[in-house]
Design a protein around this ligand. Structure first.
Ligand SMILES: [Zn+2]
Length: 299
């Protein structure tokens, strides 16, 4: 079933778990996320960055939408790091049920203005909006960017930002970075910042750059009150590690001969993340609640 992010994360907040948002740019990775979610009876978020959408093309969404609508596990199809009203409109046109508008590199007031503009449009058609405050680090290994130095989210700013923009969820900066950390860098999350934000803020909170952080830190952040964790590098790495191994030891050329084992390797990582986020088995809660599937349209 397809839900919007508000529907998905409300249940996560009530039941103290987080939902993984996995970046997808082709049918192999769509299969990994959807099949792992079904096998673990866990909700999942299919995250698509504007550059990933540009690669897969808009028509791919027809396939993705029909696949998740045919599932009895809840999914959200979410635009990751939308960068303009234009990219948001493209996502809505494709059938996404949720978008992120990332104005985090702009000055505070400008971030509010661009985020509010998107939230005002999306609210009218039931599409959820995630905003971002503070900056997520950049390890230099991904397309998602970020800054080399993390600017932590100020708890007092968070409340003002939410009130003025009307967003449904907030990505916060507590010390994560996009990509896989270089060997000499040990990421450290500031749990006290998260705790302070949690005291001020009611809406669900999002952690970007969740790959290669220590498991205990992520589990603790979920316990304190994170409802969505973004994962990209970790599971893509597992897929291509297996792929490299197969291509360097065989002469195979058929996709259906090469990719099945790669898909299985990536599913193992997704399964482990679902356990870490405490979302395994939680799809049942959504079925019991009889939540109405997402439909874009005037409310
Ligand atoms: Zn991100």
């Amino acid at each position: 079933m397809l839900l919007n992010m508000k529907q998905l994360l409300e249940v996560a907040k009530e039941n103290k778990f987080a939902v993984g948002a996995f970046n997808v740019a082709d049918s192999n990775f769509l299969r990994v996320v959807v099949e792992a979610a079904e096998a673990n009876d866990s909700p999942a978020i299919i995250a698509i960055h504007p550059t990933e959408l540009e690669f897969m093309k808009d028509e791919f969404l027809q396939y993705a939408l029909s696949r998740v609508k045919n599932s009895n596990v809840p999914f959200v199809i979410h635009m990751d790091h939308g960068d303009s009203l234009a990219s948001i409109m493209r996502a809505i046109h494709c059938g996404f049920s949720s978008v992120m508008i990332d104005g985090s590199l702009l000055p505070f007031e400008e971030n509010i203005a661009v985020t509010k503009e998107v939230a005002d449009v999306c609210k009218k058609i039931n599409v959820s909006v995630e905003g971002e405050l503070g900056t997520i680090g950049n390890t230099g290994t991904t397309i998602e960017g970020g800054l080399s130095e993390v600017i932590y989210t100020q708890p007092e700013d968070a409340m003002e930002f939410i009130e003025k923009t009307g967003i449904d969820s907030l990505a916060i900066a507590i010390g994560t970075a996009h990509g896989i950390y270089p060997k000499n860098i040990k990421p450290k999350l500031k749990m006290d910042v998260l705790e302070k934000i949690k005291e001020e803020v009611e809406i669900p909170l999002v952690l970007h750059g969740g790959s290669s952080n220590p498991d205990e830190e992520i589990a603790r952040a979920v316990q304190i009150g994170i409802q969505k964790v973004n994962i990209s590098s970790d599971y893509k790495y597992a897929f291509y590690k297996k792929c490299r191994e197969i291509l360097s030891t065989t002469e195979l050329w058929d996709s259906n001969a090469i990719f099945p084992e790669c898909i299985e390797e990536a599913k193992k990582v997704v399964t482990q993340k679902m356990e870490l986020f405490n979302s395994t088995g939680k799809a049942a809660i959504y079925r019991e609640k009889n939540i109405k599937p997402f439909r874009a349209g005037l409310l």
